[in-house]
Design a protein around this ligand. Structure first.
Ligand SMILES: [Zn+2]
Length: 143
């Protein structure tokens, strides 16, 4: 399996060309949840959601498994075309019909964090218990 690398500026530019993808926004309660939990915990939520709902070779209800709201990661999934295996294949070149590799899972988590970090904006007005310092692996290679 080739290493899966995130070029966020390139992906962000592609997503911006989709009216559907670019209309997703975080709600105030999404932003409050991120501030309350901190980025490490949100990354853990993303990893759990990806492992359970996206990573199996044949995810349950594939194509309809991602709610439109209810957790910031769900919103990030629609905004970044990581909502189902069809979108992962079409937008990210990750084939459907087989389990995601660990590298691919971490790629999707990185995509979520990159989008969420920008979409959340300034969280300093919310009560926080977790760390709001987020380090997204900076990988500049093309994928
Ligand atoms: Zn999808």
């Amino acid at each position: 399996m080739d290493e899966v690398l995130l070029n966020w500026p390139e992906l962000r530019a592609r997503l911006a060309q989709s009216r559907f993808r670019s209309r997703f926004r975080l709600s105030e309660s999404d932003r409050a949840l991120i501030a309350r939990e901190g980025w490490e915990t949100i990354a853990g939520h993303s990893r759990k959601i990806v492992r359970e709902r996206l990573a199996p070779a044949a995810p349950r209800n594939d194509g309809r498994q991602t709610p439109m709201r209810g957790h910031p990661v769900f919103v990030a999934q629609h905004a970044t075309a990581t909502c189902c295996r069809g979108c992962l294949a079409k937008w990210h070149g990750i084939p459907a019909g087989r389990p995601l590799s660990t590298e691919e899972i971490e790629f999707v988590v990185s995509v979520h964090l990159a989008w969420l970090r920008e979409a959340a904006g300034d969280l300093s007005g919310f009560p926080s218990q977790g760390t709001l310092d987020l380090i997204i692996p900076q990988i500049n290679s093309e994928r």
